[in-house]
Design a binder for this molecule. Structure first.
Ligand code: 4AD
Ligand code: MG
Length: 466
């Protein structure tokens, strides 16, 4: 049974097929103009980018106080008639019969009508969702999140909930935050004076997960196609516009799958998500195109319409070396691509998303499948304009002996990853997967320059506020 709502959202009211009838709304006043006789309140409730104009004259109940003493930021409840608006750029307005001020605003409300810098807005993360830009970001984020679940559901994937606390380093890179319940001022020591982690909460060292991949591999070895979608943590001291210490990652993992299948999946996946968000968030995306980056809409169209380019790392290095470009970081076979290189390839050279495969083994994680050349592994990164790497993944090493060799090469302990090696002992099959950085996806879709502005509460070196 549908619940009967006393109030409609602004979105619902604006979507009505015609004017006429009563409208009841609740929201926050963005701007108030008080004329001699009549007041105009711009009401927004976050259900969509647009607000609705409330027109109130002396005949409106609550006029003297609730209307006349309402300004930017106040919360109000309005009952009135929905009429066609004579004003430009708005279809309807509400002629108020009653306005009730629910929450007033003290002096010093920081969100005034003028434009604020994104840096400033980060310092008021408790209020910034009330701005046009951050509100739109949060709606696009939500739409993308639902599109991701819808895609995997439609493709027969099972969502696996990977743990956030773990004792294994999925990337083998040692960039983990420790989780402990020990008192830092009084840690237990063993005979040799080292911290005795066996007395810690989990009976050994534990950390926040950098990736759900290893657990996703467990899932894929039983359910064939799984995905995780959750927060991941990296204690890397990167102060860039593309790095967070806590970010959300989408990680599909597929059994009976090789590198080419993965590249196909990545393309199919991104296109499907873009298509749904483009459909659902027209107003918000048009706003980003107009106010933030005028390539937003055309970029989304390109992703959906054009096939992604595919090159090997080695080809990528050749393109970069013969580009004549003076890069800050030198390009040589064997070193990792820097963000300037990634952006050159996708933004300038191909002007399209690019799938780069087969990276040197020395710069990639222990779990990647060794190619026959024994110099490269079956890695796959997807690079996109403006962002660079948006997806990182690989076919996994499913052959026990070769995996053990990789452990030895990278100085990792077989005992610690015993269960991961077990998967190669019992019914091992070719498999692979990738990780999509969810915030980078939202950055790409919205054109937002800084990753801190596409997550509600960014965690970065030096700040975990709010
Ligand atoms: O390339 P990464 O490190 O790959 C993995 O973690 C694999 N275990 C994924 C897999 O194969 N299942 O990270 C994957 C993606 C990157 O391409 C990037 O988009 C994003 O995660 N990412 C970050 N996003 C924001 N802040 C950071 N510090 C990020 N580090 C990686
Ligand atoms: Mg990567």
């Amino acid at each position: 049974m549908e619940s009967k709502k006393k109030y409609e959202s602004v979105r619902e009211v604006l979507a009505r097929p015609e004017a006429g009838g009563e409208a009841r709304l609740q929201g926050w006043v963005r701007t108030a103009r008080h004329g001699k006789e009549v007041s105009f309140l711009e009401l927004n409730d976050g259900s969509c980018l647009s607000g609705v104009q409330i027109v109130a004259g002396p005949e409106c109940e609550g006029f003297e106080h609730d209307v006349r003493e309402t300004g930017t930021g106040c919360a109000v409840q309005v009952t009135g008639d929905l009429v066609e608006s004579p004003g430009k750029g708005q279809r309807y307005e509400v002629h108020a019969r009653q306005v009730v001020q629910i929450g007033g605003v003290e002096e010093g409300y920081p969100l005034q009508k003028k434009r604020h810098s994104f840096e400033f807005l980060r310092t008021i993360a408790h209020l910034r969702p009330r701005t046009n830009t951050i509100g739109a970001v949060l709606r696009v984020r939500d739409s993308a999140s639902r599109a991701i679940h819808a895609f995997f559901h439609q493709e027969g994937f099972v969502q696996l909930h990977a743990p956030l606390i773990t004792s294994s380093d999925a990337e083998g890179a040692g960039q983990m935050f420790r989780v402990t319940s020990l008192d830092p001022g009084n840690v237990p020591r063993d005979e040799s004076g080292e911290t005795d982690w066996s007395q810690d909460f989990f009976g050994g060292p534990s950390f926040l997960s950098v990736s759900g991949q290893l657990e996703a591999e467990i899932g894929a070895m039983a359910l064939s196609r799984v995905y995780t979608f959750g927060p991941t943590f990296r204690a890397e001291n990167s102060n860039t516009a593309r790095h967070l210490a806590e970010f959300w990652m989408v990680e599909p993992e597929v059994a009976f799958c090789e590198l080419d299948d993965l590249a196909d999946l990545a393309q199919h996946f991104l296109r499907s998500v873009f298509t749904q968000v483009r459909e659902e968030c027209q107003e918000d995306l048009a706003f980003f195109d107009q106010r933030i980056d005028d390539t937003v809409l055309s970029t989304i169209d390109h992703v959906i319409e054009r096939p992604f380019e595919r090159i090997t790392y080695t080809q990528g290095v050749e393109i970069l070396q013969s580009s004549g470009r003076d890069f800050e970081f030198p390009v040589e076979w064997g070193s990792d691509l820097q963000s300037e290189h990634e952006r050159f390839l996708s933004e300038e050279y191909f002007q399209s998303p690019v799938v780069v495969t087969d990276y040197p083994k020395g710069i990639k994680a222990f779990y990647m499948y060794m190619n026959d050349d024994e110099r490269t592994v079956a890695a796959m990164d997807v690079l996109v304009p403006r962002i660079g790497e948006i997806i990182g993944g690989s076919q996994r090493e499913h052959r026990l002996d070769l995996l053990k060799q990789r452990f030895a090469d990278q100085g990792l302990s077989e005992e610690e990853y015993w269960w991961y090696l077990d998967l190669r002992r019992y019914g091992s099959v070719p498999h692979g997967g990738f990780g999509l950085g969810f915030e980078r996806l939202v950055q790409f879709m919205t054109g937002m320059a800084n990753i801190r502005d596409v997550i509600p509460f960014p965690r970065v070196p030096g700040s975990a506020d709010f």
